[in-house]
Design a protein around this ligand. Structure first.
Ligand code: HEM
Length: 399
């Protein structure tokens, strides 16, 4: 079988439903598990459309996440401009660095943060209710929740949030030039490096202080520590903020589903809604990227060593073999097998934290503001088609 080739990947999401992957990607999925796509540089990496094959490849030790390897499918001509610590490294180096921070993200440790997350969410809703309306939910709520949480966890002063939010926005904006991205990276790196320095002399009860301890013990270099801080800071707030705002928009557009969530006190339904919204929205829409290090036989094809692989988890999460009626948002569905957090050794380190934050938000916001409504036409909402993480730039709401 010769796989079909889709010209000009990535496309943008369908205008008809801004929550759906582009229809041409779904069409490729119907043709079979593997296809080829043509990228901006003329290269034609493999494109893996089905849930089972995506998981098999992400779990295969013969695929590399190292962006510097020849054949890696680079996002765009603008890519580059900084290194995001272990997310783009292979084992054993990746595992060495990941192990140093993973203790802070176990389910048990993160459950201990739930009361603090609840307090942050309640205080922000108090402020919303006391303030003017309409209001931009992104600025007033969706961004502050995860920013406050990750600042508390890392030991970063929240008063600096404008500074790190501006710079991390540039890093994940696809249209940013390599120079712009390198500058933003440099600024965040210096900022985190300064903080690691402070924690070395004046440690606190926070994750950056633990990272600084490793530097003092000679297990980690100071640049490695600062790079890790940049990764955690960016990954810890951008993604969750997009899930809060886009999730709220999806629920407002599906009032029956919103009513189920608002009227239930069952923590299982709230937790299930989080999984379903992660599956349905799949905000990391540009796909996982890898390159084969050995020949890999899969689904009747051979991926040769050195060939690029794109694993678009948004269509993996709409695979009808795994999720019947995949284009329906159904908060009562068992969506736990989704790949919105990736799969394999790079599977999201922060997922227990993201889950707690989203469970608290979805379980609180719509109950406390039951009349929450959009304060703009759907056509006026600016979507992040140009970002590596999908979402909305603004979400005007009222009540
Ligand atoms: C809803 C929110 C989130 C989503 C959808 C998400 C999604 C993802 C995905 C898909 C990956 C895999 C990347 C790959 O395979 O190439 C990943 C990795 C990662 N995420 Fe998240 N993430 C979220 C929240 C967070 C939070 C709150 C943190 C906390 C700091 C975090 C930290 C990380 C880190 C450190 C990695 C790299 C793991 C590794 O390479 O071993 N993420 N995330």
């Amino acid at each position: 079988m010769t796989p079909g080739t889709l010209e000009e990947f990535p496309g943008t999401r369908a205008a008809k439903c801004p929550f759906d992957p582009p229809p041409e990607l779904r069409a490729l999925q119907q043709d079979g598990p593997l296809a080829k796509v043509r990228l901006w540089d003329g290269s034609t990496p493999w494109f893996v459309t089905t849930h089972a094959e995506q998981k098999a490849l992400l779990g295969n030790p013969n695929v590399s996440a190292d962006v510097t390897r020849p054949g890696y499918p680079i996002h765009s001509a603008n890519a580059g401009g900084g290194s995001l610590s272990f997310i783009l490294m292979d084992d054993p180096e990746h595992a060495r660095l990941r192990r140093m921070v993973q203790g802070a993200f176990t389910v048990r440790r993160v459950e201990g943060l739930r009361p603090a997350v609840q307090r942050i969410v309640d205080d922000l809703i108090d402020d919303l209710l006391a303030g003017p309306k309409p209001v931009d939910l992104v600025e007033a709520f969706a961004l502050p929740v995860p920013s406050l949480v990750i600042c508390e966890l890392l030991g970063v002063p929240y008063t600096d949030h404008d500074y790190f939010q501006e710079n991390s926005k540039t890093i994940i904006r696809r249209s940013a030039s390599p120079e712009e991205r390198a500058l933003a990276f440099g600024r965040l790196f210096e900022y985190l490096d300064g903080l690691v320095g402070e924690k070395l002399t004046n440690p606190g009860d926070d994750l950056l202080s633990k990272v600084a301890e490793r530097v003092a013990a000679g297990e980690l270099t100071r640049p490695e520590a600062a790079q890790m801080g940049v990764l955690l800071l960016i990954a810890g707030h951008e993604t969750t903020a997009n899930m809060i705002a886009l999730g709220t928009l999806a629920l407002l557009r599906n009032p029956g589903q919103l009513a189920l969530l608002r009227e239930s006190d069952d923590p299982k339904l709230v937790a299930g809604s989080v999984e379903e919204l992660l599956r349905y929205l799949n905000i990391t829409h540009s796909g996982r990227r890898r390159v084969a290090t050995e020949d890999i036989e899969i689904a009747g094809q051979v991926i040769r060593a050195g060939e690029g692989i794109i694993l678009p988890n948004d269509i993996g999460n709409r695979d009808p073999q795994v999720f019947p009626g995949p284009d329906e948002l159904d908060v009562r569905r068992d969506a736990r097998r989704h790949v919105a957090f990736g799969f394999g050794v790079h599977q999201c380190l922060g997922q227990p934290l993201a889950r707690v934050e989203l469970q608290v938000v979805y379980g609180t916001l719509y109950k406390r503001i039951p009349t929450l409504a959009l304060a703009a036409e759907m056509e006026e909402i600016p979507f992040k088609h140009d970002g590596q993480v999908y979402g909305v730039y603004e979400l005007p709401v009222t009540w």
